[in-house]
Ligand binder design. Structure first.
Ligand SMILES: NC(=O)c1ccc[n+]([C@@H]2O[C@H](COP(=O)([O-])OP(=O)(O)OC[C@H]3O[C@@H](n4cnc5c(N)ncnc54)[C@H](O)[C@@H]3O)[C@@H](O)[C@H]2O)c1
Length: 266
């Protein structure tokens, strides 16, 4: 196994991609802490425990540095120092063109998607530096590379994660710490699968692989990046997207995607 007895912490792991990442890390032998604002974080922790690994779940809003500090301390008491951090929690607070994007939605997307990852890294990196071993994986998005129609705050926050990732590498690669970003394309979580069929068809149509991805496919990459085998991969931004980033402009120009679930008032 790639991660025997490592201690991992995954944010936003109550459901979706985060839950799949938690399960992929556990399958490789890691003990997994789960942070989320949802009570279902406990379900993920129980699923991890059922694999024979240790687990713990804590309710934390990652945009609040005090909650992050307390939550990480609780995970540390339960499982030990965090050696692998996966910043997965992320939100879309508003879908609207720039002119109509609500400023509070912009602020919330930046504070959860970008500042949340910063607070988490600050909270866990001390022992990684001391032990000269650490793995940080930030779940960004193809929106970081190509922008995303009507999701300016989300795209900016996900692009910001790339700057965060690279700077952690510049400062801490010498301490045995790697920090990489993963850029998923359209991934089939329950929420994505529930989207209108024409939006899913549009995404499939511009994806060279001609399908959307599975949550496990993100989990497998994260487990590899968290392992000793990935020690020389650092500051990278790695797509898991069936090639859709090559056609991102085409996706953004599709009318059915432009119009998806808009919250704009006419
Ligand atoms: N699903 C996709 O197609 C896709 C594509 C690209 C990137 N992503 C990214 O992957 C990550 C996971 O996406 P998902 O599709 O599984 O989404 P999701 O909404 O199903 O899961 C996100 C999780 O984060 C948690 N969360 C939200 N705000 C939080 C906060 N303030 N503090 C703690 N937890 C919080 C939610 O409760 C939820 O459990 C996100 O960062 C998302 O931007 C997803």
């Amino acid at each position: 196994m790639l991660l025997e007895d490592r201690v991992a912490l995954v944010t936003g792991a109550a459901r979706g991609i985060g839950r799949a990442i938690a399960m992929a890390l556990a399958a490789e032998g890691a003990h997994v802490g789960v942070i989320d604002i949802l009570p279902e974080a406990q379900d993920t922790a129980e699923a991890v425990a059922a694999t024979g690994r240790r687990s713990a779940a804590v309710r934390v809003d990652i945009s609040d540095p005090a909650q992050v500090r307390d939550g990480v301390n609780e995970i540390r008491r339960e499982l030990g120092d965090v050696q692998i951090l996966v910043n997965n929690a992320g939100i879309v607070a508003n879908i609207a063109r720039l002119e109509k994007m609500r400023p509070d939605a912009w602020e919330r997307e930046i504070s959860v998607n970008l500042s949340g990852a910063f607070h988490m890294i600050q909270a866990v990196i001390g022992p990684m530096i001391e032990k000269r071993w650490g793995r940080i994986v930030n779940i960004s998005s193809m929106a970081a590379a190509g922008g995303l129609h009507r999701q300016i705050g989300y795209a900016a926050s996900k692009a910001g994660l790339l700057g965060l990732t690279k700077t952690v590498t510049l400062e801490h690669a010498r301490n045995g710490i790697t920090c990489n970003a993963v850029l998923p394309g359209m991934i089939g979580t329950d929420l994505v699968n529930a989207m209108p069929a024409e939006i899913l068809q549009a995404a499939v149509g511009v994806t060279p692989a001609r399908r959307i991805g599975d949550t496990e496919e993100v989990g497998h990459l994260v487990a590899f990046l968290a392992s000793d085998r990935a020690a020389f991969i650092n500051g990278a931004a790695i797509p898991v997207d069936g090639g859709i980033s090559l056609n991102a402009a085409s996706l953004g120009s599709r009318k059915e995607v432009r119009d998806q679930g808009t919250t704009e008032r006419p």
